[in-house]
Design a protein around this ligand. Structure first.
Ligand SMILES: Cc1cc2nc3c(=O)[nH]c(=O)nc-3n(C[C@H](O)[C@H](O)[C@H](O)COP(=O)(O)OP(=O)(O)OC[C@H]3O[C@@H](n4cnc5c(N)ncnc54)[C@H](O)[C@@H]3O)c2cc1C
Length: 520
């Protein structure tokens, strides 16, 4: 389905059952939920799908060991159930990841073994594996690069791992295949109202500048940290409901971990959690939790955040990563639900539970939550939309809905495993035109066919879409991604029938962005 075919569906006279603003995890979850219940649904994203927080996570499908320690058992139960469902519905993207919590004090091993056994029990039949204590010898066999001084062992536990932006694009495909209409680069600028009630939105196509007035029975505001901006468009006096909190990750070479096991540090010097997770042949280290006042699409990383991550990692790894080892650094903003008592306090203590708020105009807004719980958030949001718009009640079917790309027993050692059943399509492209099989970068596993595929089947419109989210080149190696940009632009221009000026503009724009992911 081409973008212009989807745009043609925005018939100004038609009334949609549901319009969803925001193409991140939350909006996409609600969109799939609404369309599979049979509602005529339109999703509008101002930039590219998952460009915001939803492509900047720690890439974990998890119950949240940390929330267990905080006593938020309901949240953990909910997330563990969703973790299990996601593994069943998107086995090409979600893997069972082993984690070790290293122990340097006598009480760590028994304490975390008990806690994690409880975590396993909460997962019930959707359990990923048994948590067990490991000796020092076994610990070092699994992660040989751990700091050895005073190490007395570790505790093994299991959680899920995934590719956030790839899940996002697969959800867009699932949504469209089920009859939904989604458009990226289509910003909602305002609301249309009748007698004080919202009856649609005004949206602007970023590519043509064309304005659309689109009617709908109900509108969902799923704009993450931008939720308050949308609320203000509806009511200039609306109270702030979001408390953005920044999390930074750095990406380093796999040699620092030399393992398929991930490392979990349950309590850093300031009481946070730090992960070192193997991902696409690299290691992701993070994250931080710093309150921010303003929502931005490209958050800035501070030196303090980088130093904190490097310093903490150095305490647990025998080879200390330095700034020179950083391949890429990225930051995201958690759209946390502001606590009732006001916007002070530490963001790490704010519950990650989602909240749904209905305005007097009938606008429904959703905040908080996690990638892991996106499906359940979608289910709750659509239940609310059905009530507000008095839509005919229909049962949710998403618990058992296979996500686009679904393929059981995917060979995860294939570097392009994340395409799932679409891998065959990419291979066919290469068979038809063997030069498309050439690597743009062999170490990062990006070939020319993937660029063509991203344009033809994954709604990629800009070089950034391909290098940052359809492939993850930008966050795996920002410097290398800059080198690839001209060739990617050339392939895309050919596919999109655009000229050399477009190519040059794209490369310039991309370089400006990618520099922000580099550390000097
Ligand atoms: C550092 C960090 C690590 C995390 N790690 C994990 C993890 O490992 N596992 C996990 O389960 N969760 C994790 N999370 C949480 C998870 O990533 C978020 O809860 C989730 O991505 C939020 O999705 P969202 O759709 O609400 O927001 P977003 O992804 O930000 O989406 C909102 C979208 O709305 C769009 N938008 C805004 N205004 C408009 C407009 N006017 N018109 C059209 N579109 C608009 C934006 O462009 C954006 O794409 C992490 C979060 C952070 C910050």
């Amino acid at each position: 389905m081409k973008r212009n075919e989807l745009i043609n569906r925005i018939d100004t006279e038609a009334i949609w059952d549901v319009i969803i603003i925001g193409g991140g995890a939350t909006g996409l979850g609600a969109a799939v939920e609404a369309v599979t219940r049979g509602y005529k649904t339109l999703l509008l994203e101002q930039y590219d799908y998952t460009i915001g927080t939803s492509s900047r996570s720690t890439k974990l499908v998890h119950g949240g060991v940390r929330y267990l320690a905080q006593g938020d058992i309901f949240l953990v139960l909910e997330a563990l159930k969703e973790r299990g469902l996601l593994l069943k519905n998107a086995p090409h993207l979600v893997t069972n990841q082993s984690f070790l919590i290293p122990s340097y004090t006598w009480w760590y091993k028994p304490f975390y073994t008990i806690g994690l056994t409880f975590y396993d029990l909460l997962s019930g039949r959707l359990r990923f594996g048994k948590s067990v204590p490991y000796s020092r010898k076994k610990t070092l066999k699994k992660i040989p690069t751990l700091e050895k001084s005073k190490l007395n062992g570790s505790v093994l536990y299991h959680d899920g791992q995934f590719d956030d932006a790839r899940l996002g694009i697969n959800l867009v495909q699932t949504f469209i295949e089920n009859g939904g209409t989604a458009l990226n680069y289509m910003k909602v600028k305002d609301f249309v109202k009748e007698n004080g009630k919202i009856s649609g939105v005004v949206a602007k196509d970023a590519e043509t500048g064309k304005i659309y007035n689109i009617k709908s029975k109900v509108v969902l505001n799923a704009t993450g940290v931008f939720v308050d901006k949308i609320l203000k468009k509806d009511n200039p006096n609306a109270h702030k409901i979001v408390r953005p909190s920044q999390g930074v990750h750095i990406v380093i070479d796999k040699k620092f971990l030399q393992s398929d096991y991930a490392l979990m540090i349950p309590k850093t010097s300031d009481g946070r959690v730090l992960f070192a997770v193997p991902w696409h042949n690299r290691v992701i280290l993070g994250t931080t939790d710093v309150p921010k006042d303003k929502p931005v699409i490209e958050p800035e990383v501070t030196d303090d955040e980088i130093d904190f991550i490097l310093e903490t990692a150095s305490r647990y790894l025998d080879k200390n990563p330095t700034r020179a080892d950083i391949k890429s650094v990225f930051a995201g903003l958690r759209p946390l639900a502001a606590p009732k008592k006001g916007a002070n306090g530490k963001t790490k203590e704010i519950s990650r539970k989602h909240k749904i708020i209905t305005s007097d105009s009938g606008l429904v807004s959703i905040i908080g939550g996690k990638w892991t719980t996106y499906r359940e958030m979608g289910e709750d949001a659509v239940d609310k939309l059905v009530t507000i718009a008095e839509l005919p009640k229909k049962k949710s079917v998403t618990k058992k809905l296979h996500i686009h790309g679904y393929k059981k027993n995917m060979n995860h050692s294939n570097p392009l495993y994340y395409y799932g059943s679409d891998l065959e399509g990419i291979e066919t492209l290469i068979k038809e035109k063997p030069e498309l099989g050439e690597w743009l970068n062999e170490e990062l596993h990006i070939n020319k066919a993937q660029v063509v595929w991203a344009v033809r089947h994954e709604f990629a419109r800009n070089v950034e879409d391909v290098l940052s989210r359809r492939t993850r080149t930008l966050i795996l190696d920002a410097k290398e991604s800059i080198k690839l940009a001209p060739e990617v632009a050339e392939i895309m221009a050919k596919e999109l029938k655009l000229d050399k000026k477009w190519e040059d503009d794209q490369v310039q724009k991309y370089n400006k962005l990618a520099i922000k992911y580099l550390i000097n």
